[in-house]
Structure formats: structure tokens, C-alpha cells
Design a protein around this ligand. Structure first.
Ligand code: FEO
Length: 397
């Protein structure tokens, strides 16, 4: 089936129904993903991005529905990460005259991934333009969205933005457009994607969106390189990105814990009940039962996070350690944090968790809430009262 994105612009990507993790296991993908490539048919022919290497044949078959790949004049590599660049060597082998277009940084990532290619890089920078005859491509560097090598490609004649990783979702579906997908699923995956991939680059997201707004580019369609294409009211995803990047939150808390013999879980429940008592929404997430990628997505719009761990060999439990490592990389903005825990012999982990929350950018509400072995009734009241105090802080934050 031919998928038209705009007149003479077609989706020629691949749907990966089965992938269940991305970036190693840092990001779970329960709904799979897509690798979107776009064929632009001017008098000259451009292919914008490719697909992961195992899907190269699928992409080439889609291209052949329109043209022989040998006729491709320009291969645009918006980003060097191999989920988009993996099929570049195959395309170059079939398209002897194709120019390989990328940013200066793209020469580093592509050069290292693929070694010497049989093609020189044609380096472009913001504002550079390629006339295809009837259609044209304008480039806009977008460093850190998602890598230093990233850029957007814009087709002014179709008011079409091809922003690679930005505005995507890891979502495999038979549908290619956002307006065809269940909105709950769409926004769940769009938020999961932002929270787990783009959150650390939020200041650059705001800057890039403002830059595009100042340029006054007409944008009728946003076609990212993962998931579905935004063709109806594409500004809805741009505005969501602005809200997420600016750290807009709601008065809501997450209590995330990992427990060894149940003591930390008892405290977690008491804290959550205290938070709820103050009328603040709260969810309790036990690790590793709760999926870390989901928890990070839930945190995107929550204002407060309370983390708890038992002590094991003088340290926090491993899934909590991984969660906090994730947060130190993602650096969510404008959030309150707190820590609690249980221990047998050495009450060290609460201080360590608080330190790591600070390192991740949280404003920490110190609780000093650590109980020896098992919480007493007084300890649980203490935890409940702390939950109430944390909720009040959330409401006034
Ligand atoms: Fe979808 Fe940064 O690659």
C-alpha cells in the first residue's frame, strides 16, 4: 500500500512490531516501533532517512513501488543513530549517483558506524537548500534532538517538516497517521518517548521550537521518524513538547519503592495514604514490577517523587539504583523529591538516595525517614504524616 504524506512525498519506512526495547534495555517498547523513511519525488529524487538494517529490504520494496532505487539523487541522513541510518550502505550500493547529505557532526557518527563509505559526505548547515525541481529541501540543524548530529529537513512547497526523532513515538501500528490512532495510546506513547528520550534536552527543545516559530515556517504536517505522522493540527504535539520541556506539572505524586522483606513497602503505603489524605493524586509503584520506562513517563507531569529502598549490603536495592541512575541522566525539572527506607544495621541509603535526587535536579524535602528492621505503629504514623507534609509542599510548589 502506498502511503502519501503530501503530494509527491511518500512514507517508505518499516514497522517493527516485535521490538521490545530500545537503547539496550533503558527504554521498553511494549507497542513496538516504526522506522520512517520518506521518498520525495521532485524532478530529482530524495530519500530522507532510512531504516534499521534488518528492515532495509522492506524499505527498498516500498521505494520500488515508485522508482528504481538507482534513481535516488540525494540520501538525507538527518541523524546518524543506526535505527535511521542502518540501511544507508544498502541504498548507496544501489544508487551510484546519490549524494549523501548530513551535518558536520553526522560525518562523525556515520563515519564511525559504517567506516569508509564509497561516497563523500555532503555537509549541510542550517538554511542550506537543495532544489529537487518542483520540490525543495531546506535543512535546520537540531543538535541534541536527539544527538549532536541531528537535523530537521523541511519541504516548504508542502509545509512539511521531517524532524527525525523529535515528535515521534515508539508505536507500531497499521495506521500511519496520528488521527487514525486511539488518542489514549497516541499520547501515552508520545509522552513516554519525550520523557525517556528528549527530557534531558528540554532547554534545547524550547529553543528550537522558538527558533522555528521565529522563522515563520508554515507547517501543515510533521512527519517524524518513529511512529505516526501528525497531519491534523500538528501544533498539538509542538505545544505538548513546549509544556513538557518547560516542566509544567500537576499536583500529583509518585511513590516509587523497592522492598526486600516488606518494611519499605509498608512505609511506602503509609506515605501514599498520607499524600492522598491531603487530596493530592498519588500512585504507588513497586520496582521491578512497575516498568521503569512507564514510571519515568508518569513522572513527566507529576510534581513530586518519593523514593524508598531497603538496604542490602550497605546500599540501596539494584532496581532503585537503576531508576535513580536513569533520573540523573534525564534531569527532570521543577520537581520535589524525598527519600525513605529501611535497614538492618547501617542507616545509609536514605542520605544516598537524597543525594542522587539532588544530582538529578530535584528539590529535596528531607524526611530522615529510615526505620530499623520493621516499622512500628509510630513509624507508620510518622510516614503517614510525612506523606501529608509532602502533599502540602506539592500544593504550594
Ligand atoms: Fe531514533 Fe536517536 O534515533
Amino acid at each position: 500500500m502506498k502511503v502519501q504524506v503530501a503530494e509527491n512525498v511518500y512514507w517508505v519506512g518499516a514497522v517493527d512490531w516485535n521490538v521490545r526495547n530500545f537503547h539496550g534495555y533503558t527504554y521498553t517498547t511494549p507497542r513496538g516501533t516504526t522506522y520512517n523513511a520518506y521518498l520525495v519525488l521532485g524532478e530529482k529524487i530524495a530519500l530522507v532517512d532510512t531504516v534499521a538494517a534488518p528492515f532495509a529490504d522492506e524499505m527498498l520494496e516500498r521505494i520500488r513501488e515508485f522508482v528504481d532505487p538507482a534513481r535516488i539523487d540525494y540520501l538525507i541522513a538527518n541523524h546518524g543513530e543506526i535505527d535511521h541510518s542502518g540501511a544507508i550502505p544498502r541504498v548507496l550500493a544501489l544508487a551510484p549517483q546519490a549524494k549523501l547529505i548530513c551535518t558536520a557532526k553526522g560525518t562523525e557518527s556515520l563515519g564511525r558506524y559504517f567506516g569508509p563509505l564509497d561516497r563523500d559526505f555532503t555537509v549541510v548547515k542550517s538554511g542550506d537548500r537543495i532544489d529537487l525541481g518542483g520540490l525543495s529541501l531546506t535543512f535546520l540543524e537540531a543538535p541534541m534532538l536527539h544527538w549532536p548530529d541531528s537535523m530537521f529537513t523541511y519541504i516548504p512547497e508542502r509545509a512539511l517538516l521531517l524532524p527525525n526523532d523529535a515528535f515521534g513515538q515508539h508505536l507500531a501500528s497499521a495506521e500511519r497517521f496520528a488521527d487514525q490512532v486511539d488518542p489514549w495510546v497516541l499520547w501515552d506513547e508520545a509522552a513516554r518517548y519525550y520523557a525517556n528520550i528528549l527530557l534531558p534536552f528540554s532547554p534545547l527543545v524550547v529553543k528550537k521550537i522558538e527558533e522555528v516559530q521565529k522563522m515563520g515556517l508554515a507547517i501543515e504536517t510533521i512527519a517524524p521518524s518513529h511512529g505516526v505522522i501528525w497531519r491534523k493540527d500538528p501544533m498539538q504535539i509542538v505545544n505538548a513538547y513546549l509544556r513538557w520541556a518547560q516542566g509544567e506539572t500537576v499536583a500529583r505524586a509518585l511513590v516509587v519503592y523497592e522492598t526486600m522483606w516488606g518494611s519499605t513497602e509498608q512505609l511506602a503505603r503509609a506515605i501514599a495514604e498520607g499524600i492522598a489524605e491531603e487530596g493530592v493524586g498519588v500512585a504507588l509503584r513497586g520496582l521491578p514490577m512497575a516498568d521503569r520506562t512507564d514510571v519515568v513517563k508518569e513522572l513527566l507531569e507529576a510534581r513530586g517523587l518519593v523514593v524508598g529502598s531497603s538496604t542490602h549490603n550497605g546500599d540501596m536495592l539494584l532496581n532503585m539504583a537503576a531508576f535513580l541512575a536513569d533520573l540523573r541522566g534525564l534531569k527532570p525539572k521543577g520537581k520535589l523529591g524525598a527519600a525513605f527506607g529501611s535497614y538492618g544495621w547501617a542507616p545509609r541509603v536514605v542520605g544516598e538516595m537524597e543525594a542522587q535526587l539532588r544530582e538529578a535536579g530535584f528539590e529535596v524535602v528531607e524526611a530522615n525517614l529510615a526505620v530499623k528492621f520493621a516499622p512500628s505503629a509510630e513509624d507508620l504514623t510518622w510516614a503517614w504524616e510525612f506523606g501529608r507534609e509532602f502533599a502540602r509542599r506539592i500544593k504550594s510548589h
